[in-house]
Ligand binder design. Structure first.
Ligand SMILES: C=CC1=C(C)c2cc3[nH]c(cc4nc(cc5[nH]c(cc1n2)c(C)c5CCC(=O)O)C(CCC(=O)O)=C4C)c(C)c3C=C
Ligand SMILES: [Fe+2]
Length: 434
C-alpha cells in the first residue's frame, strides 16, 4: 500500500500507486513531435531517458505523477488531489470485441496521461490530414497527480435500458455485491444524472489535466461509448491522509475527520478492498463505488444559527471536535450528541461497524433560476460491499438525519471498480472479460 502524505508520496517512483517524478507534457510532446519516436519511447521503455532530460519537480510537489500500475487502481487509497472530473458513460456498441478494444485503448491512453504524456502520437506534428491523437490542452502541464479510475455499472451486465438483454455475455459475471441501490426516503434522483455502464473518475491538482483526461477518453471511445453525465468537483471534502489538514465542505465544517486513511492497510483490507474469497475472482483487490450528487441548500444553512449547525453534525464548527470534546480527533461520545445528529447516525458504532472510504468533492454549477446557488457535495465512497456499508448507513441517514432539512440527493450511481492494472500487458477489465 502507498505511504503518502497529502503533498505526495515516496521519493522513489517504483512502488504501486505511489507518487513518482514525471516530465512535463510539453517536453514529451516536443520529443514526440516526431510521432514514432514517442510511440517507441512509450512502448520500448525509454521512460528514464525522457525523465532524465526533463527537470522533474520534487516528488512531493503537486506536479508529480502517481503510478498507474499496481495491485489496486490509483484514485482510491492514494492522496486526494483538489480537482475532479467524473464521467459516466453508456456503451453504445453491442459488440463485445469492440468493448474490449475500447478498454485496451483507454488503458494505454490512461497510462500515458497519468505520466504526463500526450495520448498516442501527441497533439502536434502529426499527419496534417488527420486530427491529432491528443487534443492538446494539457501540453506543457505537469502530471498533476492525475489518477484515472474505472468502474463498471450494473447496466453493463444486464443490457441496454430498452431491451434488457445480456449484450456482452456478462450477466453471469455480475458480482452479487453490485446491487442496484434502493430508493431512499427523500431521494429526488434525476435519471439524467444517474447510472451509467462505465465510469471514469479523474482526480488531479490541475482541473485542466482532469478535464483533458476525460475529454480524450471520450474522444477515443467515439462510436463505442457516449457520455451519459459528468460532474466537475473542487475542494475535496474528504482526504485519505489524516496527517494533513482536514478539508471543509460548503457548509463550512471539517469533513473527513474520521475517514479511512490511505495508509491504514488493515482498515483498507477490511472495509475497502474486495477480498479474494468474497468473489467473483475478477473483483479481488477491487472495490465498490457509490456516487451521489447531493444538493446543499446553502441559503437556508447560512440563515441557521451556529448552535443548530453544530447540533446537526454533532461537532463544533471551528475545531471540528465532537460534542463535549476539545480536539478534532478526540473519540466521539455518541450519546452526548442529539439522536438525529449526522455523525451519531453515520458512526460505525451505529451501523454494525460499517466504514467506507469517502473521497467526495464540492461542486457548484452557478445559480438556479431563483438566484440560489446550485451547489452541493458530489459524494464518492469506496467500500468492499455496498450492502454492508453505504446502503445501511444511508437507510438510517435518510430516515432520521437532521442534515436532511438542508440537503437533497439528486443523482446516484454504483460501480464495481476492478483491481489495478498490473503492468503494460494488462488492461482495465481484463479479468472480467477473460
Ligand atoms: C451514506 C453515507 C453518507 C452520506 C450520504 C453523507 C453526506 C454528507 N456528509 C456531510 C458532512 C459530514 N459528514 C461527516 C461524517 C460522516 N459522514 C458519513 C457518511 C455520509 N455522509 C460518515 C460515515 C461519517 C463519519 C462518521 C464517524 O465515523 O464519526 C462529518 C464529520 C466529520 C467527519 O468525520 O468526516 C461531516 C461534516 C455532508 C455535508 C453530507 C451531504 C451533503
Ligand atoms: Fe457525512
Amino acid at each position: 500500500m502507498t505511504d503518502e502524505t497529502e503533498q505526495g508520496g515516496p521519493a522513489d517512483a517504483g512502488g504501486a500507486n505511489g507518487t513518482a517524478r514525471a516530465p512535463s507534457r510539453r517536453s514529451v510532446i516536443g520529443w514526440g513531435g516526431a510521432g514514432l519516436a514517442l510511440g517507441a519511447a512509450v512502448a520500448g521503455g525509454t521512460t528514464l531517458a525522457l525523465r532524465a532530460t526533463d527537470s522533474p519537480e520534487p516528488a512531493g510537489s503537486a506536479g508529480a505523477a502517481v503510478p498507474f500500475h499496481g495491485a489496486h487502481q490509483a484514485g482510491i487509497a492514494t492522496a486526494v488531489p483538489d480537482r475532479l472530473h467524473f464521467a459516466a458513460f453508456d456503451v453504445t456498441t453491442e459488440n463485445r470485441a469492440e468493448l474490449i478494444q475500447l478498454l485496451k485503448d483507454w488503458t494505454a491512453a490512461a497510462s500515458l496521461m497519468t505520466e504526463g504524456r500526450a495520448v498516442g502520437e501527441g497533439a502536434f506534428g502529426g499527419v496534417p490530414e488527420a486530427p491529432p491523437d491528443d487534443t492538446g490542452e494539457a501540453a506543457g502541464l505537469k502530471p498533476s497527480r492525475l489518477t484515472l479510475t474505472i468502474g463498471f455499472g450494473p447496466s453493463l451486465f444486464t443490457g441496454d435500458a430498452k431491451a434488457r438483454q445480456d449484450r456482452f455475455g456478462l450477466a453471469k459475471r455480475r458480482p452479487g455485491a453490485l446491487v442496484d441501490l434502493p430508493k431512499f426516503p427523500g431521494d429526488n434522483l434525476d435519471p439524467a444524472r444517474s447510472g451509467g455502464d462505465l465510469c471514469v473518475q479523474a482526480c488531479a491538482d490541475d482541473p485542466q489535466v482532469a478535464v483533458h483526461a476525460i475529454r480524450n477518453l471520450a474522444r477515443i471511445g467515439f462510436g463505442r461509448i457516449a457520455i451519459r453525465w459528468s460532474q466537475l468537483g473542487f475542494g475535496k471534502t474528504s482526504s485519505t491522509t489524516p496527517d494533513a489538514q482536514t478539508p471543509r465542505n460548503l457548509f463550512g465544517f471539517k469533513d473527513g475527520t474520521r475517514n479511512v486513511a490511505g495508509t491504514d492497510t488493515a482498515a483498507l483490507d477490511r472495509h475497502v478492498w474486495v477480498s479474494a474469497d468474497a468473489g467473483p475472482d475478477w473483483m479481488a483487490g477491487g472495490s465498490y463505488l457509490v456516487a451521489r450528487r447531493i444538493a446543499m441548500r446553502i441559503e437556508s444553512w447560512d440563515r441557521t444559527s451556529l448552535q443548530e449547525q453544530e447540533d446537526v453534525f454533532g461537532r463544533d464548527k471551528g475545531e471540528g471536535a465532537p460534542v463535549g470534546k476539545a480536539r478534532e480527533h478526540d473519540e466521539p461520545f455518541l450519546k452526548s450528541m442529539l439522536p438525529a445528529s449526522h455523525v451519531r447516525l453515520a458512526h460505525p458504532d451505529s451501523n454494525g461497524g460499517a466504514r467506507m472510504l469517502r473521497r467526495g468533492y464540492s461542486y457548484t454549477d452557478g445559480t438556479d433560476g431563483l438566484g440560489r446557488l446550485d451547489a452541493g457535495l458530489f459524494f464518492l465512497a469506496y467500500q468492499h460491499d455496498v450492502r454492508e456499508a453505504f446502503i445501511p448507513v444511508q437507510r438510517s441517514l435518510s430516515r432520521s438525519d437532521a442534515l436532511n432539512e438542508y440537503i437533497q440527493h439528486v443523482g446516484s450511481a454504483v460501480f464495481a471498480v476492478p483491481p489495478g492494472v498490473r503492468d503494460k500487458d494488462d488492461w482495465w477489465g481484463r479479468g472480467l472479460f477473460s
